[in-house]
Design a protein around this ligand. Sequence first.
Ligand SMILES: [Zn+2]
Length: 264
Amino acid sequence: MRATDSLETLLSVQTLDKKFADLERRRDEIPSVKADVSREITALEHERAERAEALEQVRLDRRRHEGELEMQQEHLARYERQLGDVKTNVAYSALLTEIQGTRRAISELETEILEEMERREAIELRIREIDTELLQKRAAAADTLKELDEEQGSVEREMAALESRRNGMVSEVSPNLYRLYDRLRRGRRFPALVPLRGNACGACHGRLPPQVIREIQHDGQLHPCENCGVLIYIRPGADAAGDDSEQGAEPGGTAARGAEAPRA
Ligand SMILES: [Zn+2]
């Protein structure tokens, strides 16, 4: 196929398509970035609710233990009053045993209450930390989420602009050539247009028959690579003899950007 006239334009289309694909990727990525930003906050809120529940449990335990302590202290006072009234040694020593048991119970309850106070303090400290962190994270997230929303809007606007520019360009490319390109692109063969590199395909580096190279070099023809299927091209007047820097690794980049210049 003779495609020299359309080639420059199609290369520009390919550059736009590359840009478009990058924008599309970013657009699709933004929702999950937003979810990540909110995820930390949700986790902290969840932890705070758990801590608050634990705090309530400690408060209930402590109140119960304080009630029990008060009761044991009343028992102890009563036993101590009774000490003066007992008549027999047996009764006296039985009462002493009761007093010892009650004192032990009181001591255990006091220890538990002390531990509950410490536990409460630790939980309250963590809740204060969480509240500070939540305050900061919510403020930071609000900014980040706003930025992401703005970015999403600008990405979508840029995509729309590229699309209308692209439509104008495509109308200048010969329909047959564009169909070839579009089929490759839709088949995820991208970039679809790849420069000849030395005697090889710029995409898969497969060597091309001399006849094919002559066609590409001298007649300005595009030729499908039999190995990987891309369309191999050389710009009229360009020298493909191993010039990697100009025609090399990024066919959609350097080469095609140059093609836009005379049209701008
Ligand atoms: Zn190839």
